[in-house]
Design a protein around this ligand. Structure first.
Ligand code: GUN
Length: 294
């Protein structure tokens, strides 16, 4: 079987067009959603995410407020900025780009963000609400994965899902979302990680594999059941002298061989990536609507 490619760019473009219309409607009511992005330091991958977020905001009409701080910013300075943004009525969403430099206390910063402006869905209040199935801002990458599955008509209910990776940003939340008693849940989920004894034993049983390990070739063709749906969340740089920039991006899945076994597969780039920022825009628009009492 040769897999159909899930075109994340197209799904993201469709959702962004829907959001653009929503934002135009809000503007007629005098409401402009605002997103603040905080970047500490010079990490090139983080910088390129932030630039992409800026562009996406502009594209759909969201006010974007960027705060680029030097790598030696103190905890107090960062906390003061978060406090200022919490109290700024023009700002509906606050995103502090992770990872933060080592000397900063990440959990203290995340805890300081007003949960009503936590469009990343990382505040423990929003995490807790998600886990108990209450309405909350859902973290963007897992929410984007869910949208890709739903919009590709993948059956989630009753499916065996294997998540590879247990990060707070992807693995843990996607596993939680998929076990919810909801229209987009009711799956049987196994979470595998670096201490899993026999990864292939689990992935071979999966109707849906979600690879979020952060390592190329974590999922190879011999680990995939015929007809499985494969979602690749990895973004890894591998050296490539044929490229001008000296590297290319690959996911966690051996794409060329796995696509011959899967029924549906996301590419890297152009799969999950474009959805993450789209869901951030979605949460920001949602937050602006709630703030306006709509
Ligand atoms: N770093 C990598 N992914 C993310 C994300 O979704 N949000 C934030 N804040 N930082 C990230």
């Amino acid at each position: 079987m040769t897999a159909q490619i899930i075109d994340g760019k197209q799904v993201a473009a469709d959702m962004r067009a829907e959001l653009k219309t929503k934002v135009a409607g809000l503007k007629e009511k005098g409401i402009v959603p605002g997103l603040a992005v905080v970047l500490v330091g010079e990490d090139p991958a983080s910088k390129s995410y932030v630039t992409a977020k800026e562009r996406a905001c502009e594209e759909i009409g969201i006010y974007s407020n960027d705060n680029c701080l030097s790598a030696d910013t103190s905890q107090e300075e960062l906390m003061a900025l978060v406090d200022k943004l919490n109290n700024d009525p023009k700002i509906n969403g606050i995103l502090v780009q992770l990872p933060l430099p080592k000397h900063l206390n990440e959990s203290e910063v995340l805890l300081a963000i007003d949960p009503k402006k936590d469009v990343d869905g990382f505040h423990p209040i929003n995490v807790g609400k998600m886990v108990v199935g209450e309405e909350a801002f859902l973290p963007c990458t897992p929410h984007g994965i869910l949208q890709l599955l739903v919009r590709s008509n993948v059956t989630i209910e009753g499916s065996e899902v294997v998540v590879v990776g247990r990060s707070n940003i992807v693995g843990k939340p996607i596993a939680n979302m998929l076990i919810q008693k909801s229209d987009t849940g009711n799956a049987t989920v196994t979470v595998c990680h670096t201490r899993t004894k026999n990864l292939a034993e689990h992935t071979l049983r999966a109707d849906i594999i979600i690879a979020a390990a952060g390592r190329p070739d974590t999922v190879t063709a011999d680990m995939v059941k015929d007809g499985a749906v494969v979602i690749d969340v990895g973004v890894n740089r591998v050296e490539d002298a044929t490229k001008k920039r000296g590297y290319r991006l690959v996911g966690d899945v051996s794409f060329d061989t796995v696509k011959e076994k899967a029924s549906l597969i996301t590419p890297v780039p152009g799969g999950v990536g474009p959805m993450t920022i789209t869901m951030l825009l979605f949460n920001t628009v949602q937050s602006a609507k709630i703030a306006a009492g709509l």
